[in-house]
Design a protein around this ligand. Sequence first.
Ligand code: ADP
Ligand code: MG
Length: 141
Amino acid sequence: MSTERTLSIIKPDGVTRSLIGTVIERFESQSLKVVAAKLQQLTTEQAQEFYGVHKERPFYNDLVKYMTSGPVLTMVLEGENAVLQNRTIMGATNPAEAAEGTIRRDFAESIEANVVHGSDSAENAAIEIDFFFNSSEIVSY
Ligand code: ADP
Ligand code: MG
């Protein structure tokens, strides 16, 4: 077991549907601590760069539009095996395939508007945390 950090984003559909508290409750009740948080409106350039890995995919332009359609809550989560733990709490990308009791199964409206983002590896977590936060914005407790 090792303590890790991962990047979480409550996407615009989650923020505008007032699911911030509900989503954070899922993390805190399963031993993930919020050690940084920022509510922000992403620019098109930020969303394009953040999801650059998907730029050849047919859904890329819609994804960028969706991610800039309203505010997002970007967070750093910390805990034992935080990367995998967060992905487990989130559920599969497609809510129709997400396990019972996961955030996406319970709240996602579609494969696109699926409430949350979570880093998919420790390596990407480090890159994604660095994309949104300075080290001075991340706390310990
Ligand atoms: P995840 O967020 O589970 O890591 P991906 O990295 O594959 O999933 O995709 C990034 C985001 O792009 C998804 O969370 C979702 O918002 C959107 N997306 C993924 N696949 C599709 C699709 N087939 N159609 C529309 N949007 C999609
Ligand atoms: Mg992904």
